[in-house]
Design a protein around this ligand. Sequence first.
Ligand code: 1HA
Length: 270
Amino acid sequence: ANWTPIKEFKEILFSEFEGIAKISINRPQVHNAFTPLTVQEMIEAMDICRNRTDIGVIILTGEGGRAFCSGGDQSVRGHGGYVGEDTVPRLNVLDLQKQIRSIPKPVVAMVAGWAIGGGHVLHVVCDLTIAADNARFGQTGPNVGSFDGGFGASYLARIVGQKKAREIWYLCDQYDAEEAREMGLVNKVVPLEKLEETTLAWCRKILQKSPLALRMLKSSFNAELDGQAGIQELAGNATLLYYLSEEAKEGRNAFIEKRQPDFSKFPKFP
Ligand code: 1HA
């Protein structure tokens, strides 16, 4: 595919092709471990994707073919979080996780090689995961003095079940692509050389679908799991649809025209 850059960043690549955006961690020398800056850049790229009405689906990936992401960069892990150039420790990947779940467009993880630790959680929170046959999955928290008890625990357990999720975290084993697919953690496994082609084919299929239907479905899947925040997303979409109706426009028009609204012509559906 002929990817066109959207914006220059230091630690990620951000490009687009025919309505598909690609956010790719570009630190292959450390298996695409993230720093606070990497995460901040991904957050900004994701926000651009949210606002651009011509982008319908987002691919999250890592450069180099040997790793999706190996989690937080342990060499910048300081007292209380991962330390950036401003010397402030942060755990800002948690904001990115929430953003991936709440952006009203499908996010597809394209995984080659390692998806480990906080990098594993990033693929877990994506809508779909396409994996290359060299992909390896796992959590490392209890080995390296960390844990993600948020989506990394509870949403993982929703996907693979309680027993398996506890195994993944308590033993810190690594699982190959086929094992991940069997647990429902991966949608499809393909040879590495077919990874981008297959991911693009899935994205193109998604792009042919009704964007509002996809938006409603994503917030519907989230609603049950995300409590008040999930209901807020779903209800926000209901408001969006209502704003598109003549009935809602009558309310606005009446206010602007300084008259009483006349809702009498609108049906009271059974
Ligand atoms: O748990 C959280 C959070 C929880 C709550 C809120 C926020 C959170 C944010 C983050 C995280 C975490 O991500 S904790 C988990 C952090 N990640 C890890 O523990 C994985 C560390 N890496 C590995 O275990 C291995 O590198 C590997 C199994 C992925 C691959 O092994 P392999 O093939 O033997 O490669 P290796 O030689 O280890 O790695 C290549 C280079 O990349 C090495 O550097 P070099 O010796 O060439 O200078 C290695 O040090 C570096 N590297 C790999 N992963 C990381 C890393 N450097 C820094 N941080 C890494 N995560």
